[in-house]
Design a protein. Structure first.
Length: 205
């Protein structure tokens, strides 16, 4: 059992409510704070919150078990380690799945062809040792990421298929992803910035 799992186990035993709720989108760094018996973990649009007393009458609260809480803790700490830049300017991203060994990359960002990576990639040679940019196809993120990873990319960045600033949090509940590189998610607006950038930088501590 790692430190994160031990923390989650303790939270699961001592806290009566853990919940997730949405907040107004904003571009801030991930935060881990405690305030008056409440622990908050998260960033951007999503965070997990746990209270030492039941919050009766509050809508939208969903009980979380220790294992689920561990996942949110780990994701929040993972995102603390990631920095993504477009032409030197930080852009928000979320960690999705896959291994996340320390790395530092500066160079081109190359879009997959086809854009949703739903078929064998026709530009595999161009993707090698680059940041791959692919557009989300519901239910096919892991399969598309597998195709991109096989070309030898540094990482896969999945762009939300819905317009706007809503961040994409890629998921792989069926464990279909077999690649050896991390898969990240960004909003459609960030995806546009990355596609137009002359240089991208990804740093994972």
């Amino acid at each position: 059992m790692n430190v994160i799992q031990e923390k989650a186990r303790d939270y699961g035993q001592t806290l009566t409510i853990a919940c997730i709720h949405s907040t107004t989108p904003h571009h801030t760094t991930p935060h881990h704070t405690t305030n008056g018996g409440r622990a908050v973990y998260g960033n951007k649009n999503t965070r997990t919150e746990s209270r030492t007393k039941p919050a009766e009458g509050v809508r939208g609260l969903q009980p979380l078990d220790a294992a689920t809480f561990a996942q949110y803790l780990e994701e929040a700490e993972m995102e603390d380690r990631i920095t993504l830049l477009a032409d030197g300017e930080p852009v928000p991203c979320t960690f999705g799945f896959g291994p996340a060994a320390p790395l530092e990359y500066s160079g081109a960002i190359v879009a997959t062809e086809p854009a949703r990576a739903e078929a064998p990639l026709t530009n595999a040679a161009d993707l090698r040792r680059k940041l791959a940019l692919m557009v989300r196809k519901p239910g096919e993120i892991a399969n598309g990421a597998n195709r991109a990873a096989k070309t030898g990319v540094v990482a896969v960045i999945v762009v939300h298929s819905e317009p706007g600033d809503t961040p994409l949090i890629p998921g792989d509940p069926d464990k279909k992803y077999k690649g050896s590189v991390p898969v990240l998610g960004v909003s459609a607006s960030v995806g546009e910035r990355l596609a137009a950038a002359a240089e991208g930088c990804l740093r994972i501590l």
